[in-house]
Design a protein around this ligand. Sequence first.
Ligand code: NCD
Length: 332
Amino acid sequence: MANATWTRHHVLSLADFTPAEYDIVLQTAASFRQVLSRRTRKVPALQGQLVTNLFFEPSTRTRSSFELAAKRLSADILNFSPGSSSLTKGETILDTAKTYLAMGTNLMVIRHAQAGVPQAIAAEMDRMQSGVGVLNAGDGQHEHPSQALLDLFTLCTLLDHDNPRADLLQGKKIAIVGDILHSRVARSNLWSLTACGAEVHLAAPPTLLPPGFAQGFQPTDQPSRGSIHCHWQLDPALENADFVMTLRLQRERMGQHLLPSLREYHQQFGLTCDRISSCNPNVKVLHPGPVNRGVEISSALMDDPSFSLIADQVTSGVAVRMALLYLMTGGD
Ligand code: NCD
């Protein structure tokens, strides 16, 4: 497998990922996708290693996907749930992490409602010279690297099934629609898609896409970088788009009411079969889940297999997370 230049012990953000690193993840995930298609869908790569899922915030697919990825690699896996843990007795998050370290954890997968928690735990693990890797599975509205990597894998395998690679997205028009302000998925995708040379079009009402939002994502030090365009209407983002990613309204992260009504929001920014007719005729639609049917996307479009990649994203997630666990634990 191609991991000659993989040097990351932690995966906390995609801000400084290079196209070469994206290629390593894509190629390693493609190898694991093959493993997952065999009758025996398991390899001994992480036998004897302990992966701990520390999810301080609710999750269905990300948590299960990491658990399944660890099991397919023959690792042992511990699942932590805050509601039934010693956090309720006043234990700190760092002490919880150190407890799992003392049990022999090799890699921690961390989700928290507050941005920066995985980074703080990674810093403490480094300070203690523990050798434990930390993978950010979503921190507040900051980043969700494994989701953006599985989105990238889903797009690139569609463009070249046998040889997914970053340069396939060069010049592709990709619309990201919805609650961009509160979305860690959008932020991680902005780093990955622009690093791969895509033309990213963001569309949302101004309350969910404030002026200047995209500025921080546009360092121009890499020649193959794509571009970011912001729209406060849906249609200019959809016109001739190759892919459309829609996002849930993340009301748990909204401090105040930012929209007149869900009905009006759906009328203006909801994806429907009709509205995507101005896209490239081969357009595909993505959504990280969980979906609020009839709000950001119509049920008919979500369930239409000729457009929807939502199930493929979930399937891709296991292979991509296997690749990350494997690479971060120094797989050879
Ligand atoms: C996303 C998340 O948790 O950030 N979902 C996911 O991980 N698949 C998006 C969301 O919550 O809307």
